[in-house]
Design a protein around this ligand. Structure first.
Ligand code: GLA
Length: 404
């Protein structure tokens, strides 16, 4: 690992200590390298549903992560223990059917399989994991788990893969073994996101720029609606195919169009009237959202938080009205946040149909904002949202504790 891990790990020290103790208790001290890996969750500030359309996004990592301790075995068995679920998973390589494994282990098994296919990984290993990224809340818990596994295994088995390729490998694992046709934003954000920065990412080329967050002036706050995202996966795949229909339609007029990310406003305007209503709205969202991401990255570079906040809010409106992936709970949290003095902007984040809202807010109004969000939400929905202030943007790191 090229990072100076001492400064990056301080907050995670106690987690790693806990993990190491749990590892020793379950698998014994033994010889061999013990690799520790950490990969954070992420929150997307602007750029909803643009990643799988060859577009732009602007996420940042959060201060919650997945932690893993891994050690090589002499045989071909994979033996994992989740401290959160108090569950174990065990199988022998090569294994092609993971369906009998607990879901958390399927993510790891998918990554192992991809490393097997691409780099011939066929040795067994044992591992312990834990995490505090809320599950199913749209904060990148799956990507954090995949990236922690991939980075830990790369270090353990000395496999060289670039950060971008690692992200793509994790995305493939999710497509093939978990069955969610996600874009690549989460895995790249989790893998390359940097402390104190948002990530301006071109999801087609994976070119990216780390844009400083104005942490002395504003903070990121997340409100989890706690609505389970039952519809998320099926609606996600439905939106993807609607976008593909939009591409097929627009390609008739310009055959260089391969994704909605290639479509500019004038081409869309010219032909929007001939499109089916739902497809037109999905395209309108993606094309305008792409512009908003580029404008918001520029606003962030210039430290123009007011402009940034307006773009966040416009993004929410388009996700609600054009892309139709919001729900009443998310809309209400956004409206309450936006009506609070000192809040720059708010929008739903992640796939939608539940999950979280992200707010960019001046520090001093956080207590007032928290109070208002809880009060209004309880009044309308009979329960409180869960609120998180993002104190830090963690980075993905691995540590090799050699015990020859
Ligand atoms: C989910 C997916 C991402 C992205 C978002 C919507 O989080 O995993 O790839 O498509 O939804 O922006």
């Amino acid at each position: 690992m090229t990072h100076d891990t001492s400064s990056l790990l301080s907050d995670s020290d106690s987690r790693f200590e806990h993990l190491q103790a749990a590892f020793a208790e379950r698998f014994g001290e033994g010889p061999g390298d013990l690799v520790l890996a950490r990969a954070p969750g992420r929150v997307n500030l602007v750029g909803g549903h643009t990643d799988y359309n060859g577009g732009f996004v602007l996420p940042a990592t959060i201060d919650r992560a997945v932690y893993m301790a891994l050690r090589r075995r002499e045989d071909q068995m994979v033996h994992l223990r989740s401290l959160d679920f108090e569950e174990e998973a065990r199988y022998t390589l090569p294994e092609s059917s993971f369906r009998q494994l607990p879901q958390w282990a399927q993510y790891v098994a998918g990554v192992v399989e991809e490393l097997h296919v691409s780099h011939g990984l066929d040795s067994g290993f044992e591992g312990v994991l834990l995490g505090d990224v809320p599950l199913g809340a749209g904060l990148g818990s799956s990507a954090a788990l995949e990236v922690a596994a991939a980075e830990g295994l790369k270090d353990l088995f000395r496999i060289e893969i670039s950060p971008q390729e690692t992200a793509l490998l994790c995305q493939t694992a999710e497509h093939e073994y978990v069955g969610v046709q996600c874009g690549v934003m989460d895995q790249v954000a989790v893998r390359v996101g940097r402390a104190g920065h948002a990530l301006s990412l071109d999801c087609r080329t994976l070119d990216h720029e780390h844009v400083p967050l104005p942490l002395s002036e504003a903070n990121i706050m997340i409100a989890d609606s706690r609505v389970s995202r039952e519809l998320a996966d099926s609606k996600y795949n439905e939106r993807r195919s609607e976008c593909e229909k939009g591409v097929a339609f627009l390609r008739q007029f310009d055959d260089s169009v391969e994704a909605l990310g290639d479509v500019d406003r004038s081409l869309f305007r010219e032909h929007a009237g001939e499109m089916e209503e739902a497809i037109r709205r999905r395209c309108r969202h993606v094309i305008s959202e792409n512009e908003r991401v580029r404008e918001s990255a520029e606003a962030l570079r210039e430290g123009d938080l007011a402009a940034f906040g307006m773009l966040m809010s416009a993004s929410h409106e388009s996700l609600r009205d054009n892309y139709e992936v919001s729900i009443a709970e998310l809309d209400q949290l956004v409206t309450t946040a936006r009506n609070t003095d000192g809040v720059y902007g708010a929008r739903m984040t992640g796939a939608g149909f539940g999950g979280c809202v992200v707010c960019l807010t001046a520090d001093e109004v956080i207590p007032a904002l928290q109070k208002r969000l809880i009060k209004q939400y309880e009044k309308q929905f009979g329960r409180a949202p869960t609120l998180y202030v993002v104190e830090d943007n963690l980075e993905t790191v691995t540590l090799n504790q050699s015990r020859a």
